[in-house]
Design a protein around this ligand. Structure first.
Ligand SMILES: Nc1ncnc2c1ncn2[C@@H]1O[C@H](COP(=O)(O)OP(=O)(O)OP(=O)(O)O)[C@@H](O)[C@H]1O
Length: 363
């Protein structure tokens, strides 16, 4: 078990590619932390720096308060699993899983007990005597995960382990991993570009972009209170809506002036603007938090439906009013393309972002 501290880590490849920029991150002992971000944002590099496979250009890595920046991967005692499962050919499933224990000269009886235990967890007990030849990617990844979990390392580092497995096995493995992690009480770092995976698995998510951590919070917080527009857009399906607005002072409340409509924010006191008469902001709201009416109502803004997309038992409506566009997520119902709906913006769900820095602004 270990807590991990990455302190001001920078990694530059070939003197020009800055993969990680001054990144500081604290991963608590027994925590399950997910590094989430788009392709190329530096997740794998960060993971390789934790494992010791990559040396940072600047900054330090601590395990349980001990500086391990110069310590080898073996001595750090981490178990790593990558996207593409590597099973050892010419060995049975049992031998594959037992491999790290044999290498560490664990007594045979103990090896058998641990292999059988972990095989049961990953539901591959029936395959233990088989050769690994001809097994599908999902089963191979189960074997690789079992080989990682048969050990008792300081930290488990999992780099997109479910990306190449079929959807049914992916769901099954998510549940197994979550259960294992909480039963074992081991520190786990999980790299993914799949927000669904991060939101369901992790205790805390580090949302990354361009080599930086933009927000490090619980799944609930990154979803409900994104610290900037990137996080709001990247998390959620579809992502958060954004409207370029000027927030203007009315008599006692504020008025949201978008490019093509205005909307009175009845519960937002004029005091929000202080001494100014108006402020340029980006207003964000999640698609499921828009209020959608099929009849006109005073104060609500008419939008036209330009597309209606079914997602499971929900509909995603693409809406337009002049230059302003929104996506709304509503329960399935019959909606015609070109029909009008009336939209309300409940204050409790509105997020305000600075128009220049794109960072969240407190209300
Ligand atoms: N060994 C390397 N040499 C040169 N550039 C590298 C090397 N490894 C990574 N990079 C570059 O560093 C940046 C971050 O890469 P990294 O693999 O860490 O991102 P990632 O978020 O894991 O992406 P992906 O999800 O696509 O794996 C990218 O621009 C990548 O091309």
């Amino acid at each position: 078990m270990a807590s991990i501290l990455l302190q001001n880590i920078t990694k530059v490849f070939d003197n020009k590619v800055v993969a990680v920029k001054d990144l500081t991150l604290e991963i608590p002992d027994k925590g399950l932390v997910s590094l989430l971000g788009p392709s190329g944002c530096g997740k794998t590099t960060t993971m390789r720096i934790i494992s010791g496979l990559e040396e940072p250009t600047a900054g330090k890595v601590f395990f349980d308060g001990r500086d391990v920046t110069q310590v080898s991967p073996e001595e750090r005692n981490v178990a790593m699993v990558f996207q593409f499962p590597v099973v050892y050919p010419g060995m049975t499933v049992y031998e594959n899983i037992a491999f790290p224990l044999v290498a560490h000269k664990v007594p045979k009886k103990e090896i058998r007990r641990r292999v059988e235990e972990v095989a049961e967890v990953f539901e591959i007990s029936h395959l233990l005597k088989q050769d690994t030849y001809n097994l599908d990617a999902g089963i191979k990844q189960k074997i690789v995960l079992a080989r990682a979990f048969v050990r008792k390392p300081n930290v488990y580092l999992l780099d997109e382990p479910l990306t190449n497995v079929d959807p049914a096995t992916r769901l099954e493995l998510r549940t197994i991993l979550k259960r294992l992690q909480s039963n074992l009480g081991q520190t786990m770092v999980y790299v993914t570009h799949d927000q669904g995976e991060a939101l369901t698995l992790a205790d805390r998510i580090a949302v990354m972009n361009e080599g930086k951590v933009l927000q490090y919070d619980s799944p609930e917080e990154v979803y409900s209170n994104p610290s900037n527009t990137f996080v709001g857009y990247f998390i959620g399906n579809p992502g958060m809506n954004f409207l370029n607005c000027s927030l203007q002072a009315g008599e006692s409340v504020c008025i949201m002036q978008a490019r093509s409509f205005s909307y009175v924010l009845k519960n937002l006191s004029r005091d929000f603007l202080g001494d100014s008469e108006k402020r340029e902001l980006i207003i964000g709201i999640r698609p499921e938090n828009l209020e959608i009416l099929f009849e006109p109502r005073e104060g609500y803004v008419p939008f036209e439906v330009v597309l209606s997309e079914p997602i499971g038992n929900r509909l995603v409506l693409h809406l337009r009013s002049g230059e302003d566009t929104l996506k709304a997520k509503i329960p399935r119902t019959s909606v015609e393309i070109g029909q009008k709906v009336w939209v309300g913006f409940p204050l409790e769900f509105l997020k305000f972002f600075d128009a220049q820095t794109l960072e969240a602004v407190e209300v």
